[in-house]
Design a protein around this ligand. Structure first.
Ligand code: PA5
Length: 448
């Protein structure tokens, strides 16, 4: 279950820097229109994450593929994927790692092309016992394809049947990796056409590694489905906090110059969730000169790092806290003969963490700085399904409020074009990139 507390965004708590409840409620019409429009896109099958979570056959395909992979000597799954194609798996691995996990099965993620790190990762595995899984919606991403060539080379030199050590999770029809798989009879799973990388936590791209790690992906999808249905069936402000959250972020950004959204879980279970949510938020909303900038942080660790800035730096941040009610395990604090710490006697470590969070909320409020809190009762597959779906829908709704398309990423494409050129790929025509590169290369380095 997920609970929300928006008290510290209100004028009654933080004065003129806050919002009136009526201001939030006055967005009801825009929120309803956003929901209707998303529903329309869903009906036209232009976006797929709403329906993938209840698609029949998805679980069977994933479980069938895993049975195939692990029927012999394989004991390690090495997953390659950039951005949304690995962040969901990394988030669930960290959050649920303490819950599931099949003994004798390791899952490793590579989300970068740093050669030193890749060497280190490869040094630690037995290639003979490893399945290399390439996750790429486009099946063409330069980093993932380059990693594939490196692995293909290694496999050809070290195993007798290299094809049985490869699998791909990609778009069903297009892209280089898909073509290679089809031509070589390599195991594949599909990512639907209408789901982009950052919404792919509900596809085989994330759910396959999650299942291999031993997590109950059925329960995860159940959490997502329940969240979807509840938010669709209730009125906008009828115990439907995802819309309030979208409205709060939107209003603070548009009317209060809060250009930064801090994503601040108070639990180590959700450190990687912050990175996943940041990517979902930034790549979906950062367009047309718009969007708050999402910044990850973790409490209480970052109270000794960024908090000073959040308390007394520029008045440009809205802080979202994520609190875990039941951490599963705890410690009792016993100061013994150290009398000056008597007040800690018999208190749990989790209680200290909660009171530090509350202390920060009060201190922010006194400094007239807005925050809101999202509480998750426990970490399990169901709550992670709820949380992921809630974040994806909130981002989609924010996209509608900001009047931008949260499902494309044109800015990323530009950077890719330059990299291709620099790596020697011939441009189809002398486009803007070539002339800009020539101009920039013509400027001498600044002497210092
Ligand atoms: O969220 C996104 O769309 C991106 O982060 C992609 O996941 C990332 O660029 C990798 O693309 P692909 O999955 O096509 O390899």
């Amino acid at each position: 279950m997920i609970e929300f507390n928006f008290k510290f965004v209100l004028k009654s708590a933080i004065g003129g820097n806050g919002l009136d409840e009526s201001e939030i409620r006055s967005l009801k019409f825009e929120l309803a229109r956003a929901r209707d429009y998303l529903y329309e896109l869903r009906k036209r099958r232009e976006i797929g994450f709403y329906d993938e979570i209840s698609k029949t056959g998805l679980l069977t395909e994933i479980k069938g593929a895993a049975d195939k992979v692990f029927s012999g000597k394989i004991d390690t799954l090495f997953v390659f994927g950039m951005g949304g194609s690995s962040l969901g798996g990394i988030f669930l691995q960290e959050a649920l790692g303490r819950v599931g996990r099949i003994p004798g099965r390791d899952v490793i993620f590579s989300e970068n092309i740093d050669p030193f790190h890749l060497h280190r990762q490869l040094d630690g595995i037995d290639v003979e016992k490893t399945m290399f899984c390439f996750v790429s919606k486009s099946a063409n991403t330069i980093e993932t394809v380059s990693q594939f060539f490196i692995i293909l080379d290694i496999l050809k030199k070290s195993v007798s049947d290299y094809k049985s050590h490869l699998m791909f999770i990609t778009d069903k029809e297009s892209g280089f990796l898909r073509r290679f798989a089809d031509e070589n009879g390599i195991l594949t799973l599909d990512i639907p056409k209408n789901i982009g990388g950052r919404y792919s936590i509900v596809t085989a791209g994330t759910l396959f590694p999650a299942h291999v790690m031993g997590f109950d992906i059925e329960k995860f999808l159940h959490g997502a489905v329940l969240y979807r249905d509840q938010s669709l069936n209730r009125n906008i402000f009828e115990n439907n906090p995802l819309y309030t959250m979208a409205a709060v972020i939107y209003l603070f950004y548009k009317r209060k110059n809060r250009n930064i959204l801090v994503i601040n879980p108070y639990t180590d279970y959700l450190r990687e969730f912050s990175r996943w949510f940041r990517q979902l938020f930034a790549e979906s909303l950062g367009k047309n000169l718009l969007s708050p900038t999402p910044v990850p942080a973790v409490g209480a660790t970052d109270q000794h790092s960024q908090l000073q800035l959040y308390m007394q730096g520029p008045q440009d941040k809205l802080i979202s806290f994520f609190y875990l009610k039941n951490p599963g395990q705890d410690f009792k604090i016993s100061p013994g003969e150290f009398k000056e710490f008597n007040y800690l006697n018999g208190r749990n470590l989790s209680n200290l963490l909660l009171n530090e969070l509350k202390g920060v909320e009060y201190a922010l409020a006194i400094n007239r700085r807005p925050s809101f809190r999202i509480t998750i009762d426990k970490i399990d597959e169901f709550t992670m399904g709820e949380l992921s779906f809630m974040c994806m829908e909130a981002v989609a709704v924010l996209g509608m409020l900001l009047e931008i398309n949260p499902f494309d990423q044109p800015g990323v494409e530009k950077g890719k074009k330059f990299s291709y050129l620099l790596m020697g790929k011939e441009a189809a025509e002398e486009g803007e990139e070539v002339s800009e590169m020539k101009r920039l290369d013509g400027i001498p380095d600044m002497p210092y």
